[in-house]
Design a protein around this ligand. Structure first.
Ligand SMILES: NC(=O)C1=CN([C@@H]2O[C@H](COP(=O)(O)OP(=O)(O)OC[C@H]3O[C@@H](n4cnc5c(N)ncnc54)[C@H](OP(=O)(O)O)[C@@H]3O)[C@@H](O)[C@H]2O)[C@@H](O)CC1
Ligand SMILES: [K+]
Length: 495
């Protein structure tokens, strides 16, 4: 699924208006009807509503929702924020239609017109949508603060007022919604951690925008979803043998952190790799052999980084520790192996301390930092949008794939394309889940998936395993081992 910027969303609306064809006001009716139906299906039937509208088409959506609610015997008060102009054509048509219902209509043109919101009311926020072109200030800002301070439940239409679709509104005054009802496709704003407090739960409603538009468009970002990953994962051939699924190595673990190595190894095995050898410290030998009997082990000084050429790929980092000898280890790995590999955790922290190592990473490799590790490698950014841009820039500069872990993990490809993963849940914010991801991606690389495909399928399957595990038990109880147990079902769910 494509993730569009403001101009493309507008162009998609216009394409639909021209080619369906449908009048703009009828498309607004369709969008607002989808919101109205969502409200009725989600326990808001019979409630009373305070609906705040601007004078653009977002406000127009609010007026249609108000009319549909009033016509179905809901108590509705509509507050229209005066912008100093009459409003868009569709706004005006719908204001006239609203006057024919029992809804109360009040205009807000000064602070004195802002009154307490009845505590039982559900607030609908239709002040500003994708047409926002500057930070909310003056009366608009006052009204947004008033709504936020009311404690009422807020449902935002299209996007919480004050947020931009595709750049940062950090520090600005923005509606804090419990739910956001948006249309057709994800907007970049919904995928940024900095907006978590504003957007609440996002629900995408189908308003029938024509799919023909999608063929003409190169979107700035793609959403990694089931359709994309199902097309990546290849079925197995009946005559295949283990040699067809590659030989991976995992270089991981240290005293007190063998769990990270075990999780990584077990996830790699479950991803479908043909053979796995773990390069681990001697004191971890029994732990690994008992925990992952399917894996072979190499022990010896400094993880015994020898004969690495024989592996199809290598995953390095989980539980490695950051002692100085590990700089030699990394140097040795990068010298012997020039094929794409996976670099995570302490290996990234070592590179963060010795930035010259960045240039030695084999081309096409995948690094999997969480935001703090990313910051140690590439520096701080002012906001989440800048971090995404920095990831794309660094992916191109070093010819690597950057998997920036988070609720919507971002994958930066060196060719400039960016992807947001759609699977996963907050239950996965627990120790060891990153080690599992490294194991899965390493396993996929060994099975000769391209770096891009290994990264995309790896993050999606990892998140899907988390979703299945959380559905089976719960988010708070989820632990990293659960992801390995549910990886089989995650594969199964693709077909
Ligand atoms: N047919 C369609 O296309 C469909 C569109 N749909 C809906 O349309 C929405 C987009 O509508 P839109 O483009 O009219 O913009 P919208 O967000 O309502 O606001 C623009 C107004 O706000 C003003 N303004 C801007 N910034 C401001 C600020 N900080 N503080 C104060 N004012 C500010 C600006 O005025 P200005 O002062 O710049 O002249 C302008 O008047 C979209 O989100 C979706 O809900 C759906 O119905 C589906 C079908
Ligand atoms: K809004």
């Amino acid at each position: 699924m494509q993730i569009f910027a403001t101009e493309q969303i507008r162009a998609w609306d216009e394409y639909t208006i021209r080619h369906e064809p449908i009048a703009s006001v009828d498309l607004m009716e369709r969008a607002a009807t989808a919101c109205y139906e969502w409200l009725l299906q989600h326990h808001y039937k019979g409630r009373s509503f305070s609906i705040f509208c601007g004078k653009g088409n977002n406000g127009g959506d609010g007026l249609v929702i108000a009319r549909l609610l009033a016509q179905s015997n809901h108590s509705v008060t509509v507050y229209i924020l005066e912008f100093g102009h009459k409003g868009t054509e569709d706004f005006q048509i719908n204001l006239a239609r609203l006057h024919e219902t029992a809804a109360s209509i009040l205009f807000i043109s000064s602070n004195e017109a802002i009154h307490p919101i009845p505590s039982q009311d559900v607030v609908i926020d239709a002040l500003l949508g994708s047409g926002i072109n500057r930070p909310a200030d003056g009366l608009t800002a006052e009204l947004i603060q008033h709504i936020n301070n009311s404690g009422n439940e807020v449902i935002a239409i299209d996007i919480p007022s004050g947020l931009y679709v595709d750049h940062s509104a950090k520090g600005n005054i923005v509606i804090k919604a419990r739910h956001t009802l948006s249309f057709q496709c994800f907007k970049p704003a919904f995928l940024m951690p900095e907006n978590a407090e504003s957007i609440g739960d996002v629900h995408l409603l189908d308003i029938g925008l024509l799919p023909g538009f999608l063929e003409q468009q190169a979107a700035p970002f793609q959403l990694v979803d089931q359709a994309m990953v199902s097309a990546i994962i290849r079925p197995r051939n009946p005559f295949d043998h283990k040699g067809d699924y590659g030989h991976a190595a995992i270089i991981a673990g240290s005293y007190g952190m063998m769990g990270a190595a075990v999780l990584c190894a077990r996830a790699c095995l479950r991803s479908g790799v043909g053979k796995l050898t773990c390069h681990i410290p001697t004191q971890g030998y029994t732990i690994m052999q008992v925990s992952a009997p399917e894996a072979m082990c190499r022990t010896g000084e400094n993880h015994s980084p020898h004969e690495l050429e024989k592996y199809d790929t290598i995953g390095v980092g989980p539980g490695l520790g950051t002692h100085v000898e590990n700089f030699d280890l990394l140097n040795s790995v990068f010298e012997q192996n020039r094929r794409p590999m996976v670099i995570d955790a302490d290996a990234l922290n070592l590179i963060g301390q010795e930035k010259a190592l960045l240039k030695q990473i084999p081309p096409g490799s995948i690094i999997t930092p969480h935001p703090k590790e990313f910051e140690r490698l590439f520096g701080k950014t002012a906001n989440d949008y800048d971090r995404i841009q920095l990831a794309l820039q660094k992916a191109a500069e070093y010819n690597i794939y950057i998997v920036l872990k988070g609720r919507y993990t971002f994958i930066a490809s060196p060719d400039g394309r960016g992807y947001f993963n759609s699977s996963g849940n907050p239950g996965m914010a627990t120790g060891g889940t990153g080690d599992v991801l490294t194991g899965i991606i390493t396993g996929l690389l060994a099975q000769k998936y391209s770096s891009l495909h290994a990264a995309l399928a790896g993050v999606f399957l990892h998140g899907r395993s988390g979703d299945l595990a959380a559905a089976y038990s719960s988010q708070p109880s989820l632990i990293a081992s659960d992801l390995i147990e549910f990886l089989g079902q995650a594969y199964q769910s693709l077909t």
